[in-house]
Design a protein around this ligand. Structure first.
Ligand SMILES: CC(C)(COP(=O)(O)OP(=O)(O)OC[C@H]1O[C@@H](n2cnc3c(N)ncnc32)[C@H](O)[C@@H]1OP(=O)(O)O)[C@@H](O)C(=O)NCCC(=O)NCCS
Length: 178
């Protein structure tokens, strides 16, 4: 079981694995990103029972080595989550897709960087992945810059691939070889 502690300014950040009791915290996290209309694929809020069902499936996928997921607590409050999910196809079992979200109040202090580093390292060690891909909207300046710093490069884009917050946006595909 992972537990890593970091000091960020006067706060303590802990990176750890998820458990069923995180359903409420994860629901609050995803719903805050939805309300904020942040650049993620989800645009509707979830209920606690939906989140519990999702978390149950997620923990099953982690146990079957099809997913890794790391959560970040800041002074004991769940503020961020990052996961990498193995592709379901026979021909791309060596590939995973990364997703990340952090509450607005906890951004810009390095939590995203630590979460991505740790999640990638677990995906390599535990899942044996060789390639990580992700999708980021061209409007997501901070996301793109974080991924570039982590060694991802843009390998393609789907022009107007998403319709988000009443605007068409390019969907950028980035990859990193592990
Ligand atoms: C994208 C996201 C995960 C970044 O997390 P974060 O904890 O804020 O990132 P960090 O503090 O580790 O910063 C990482 C890099 O991002 C860039 N960055 C962070 N905040 C920034 C800002 N306000 N303006 C410009 N660049 C910024 C910097 O390049 C920074 O590197 P630096 O430390 O060398 O300056 C976070 O903003 C988020 O959850 N956004 C909403 C959801 C989302 O967009 N998810 C990704 C969908 S693809």
């Amino acid at each position: 079981m992972l537990t890593k502690r970091f000091q960020i300014l006067d706060k303590t950040m802990v990176l750890r694995h998820p458990r069923m009791s995180d359903a409420q915290g994860l629901m609050s996290l995803i719903n805050s990103l939805v309300r904020e209309k942040s650049d993620i694929a989800k645009t509707t809020q979830v209920t606690l029972s939906q989140e519990k069902a999702w978390l149950k499936d997620t923990i099953k996928s982690i146990q079957s080595k099809d997913k890794v997921m790391i959560l970040a607590d800041l002074d004991k409050k769940l503020v961020g989550s990052c996961e990498i999910t193995r592709d379901p196809y026979d021909v791309s079992r060596h590939v995973g897709t990364l997703g990340i979200g952090i509450i607005k109040e906890a951004r810009g202090i390095g939590i995203g960087t630590k979460l991505v580093q740790e999640t990638i390292s677990e995906a390599k060690k535990k899942l044996g992945l060789e390639l990580v891909k992700l999708y980021v909207y061209d409007s997501n300046r901070v996301g793109k810059s974080l991924y570039e710093e982590m060694g991802f490069s843009e390998i393609g884009r789907i022009p107007k691939g998403v319709y988000h917050d009443k605007k068409y946006k390019d969907d950028i595909i980035m990859t990193k070889r592990l």
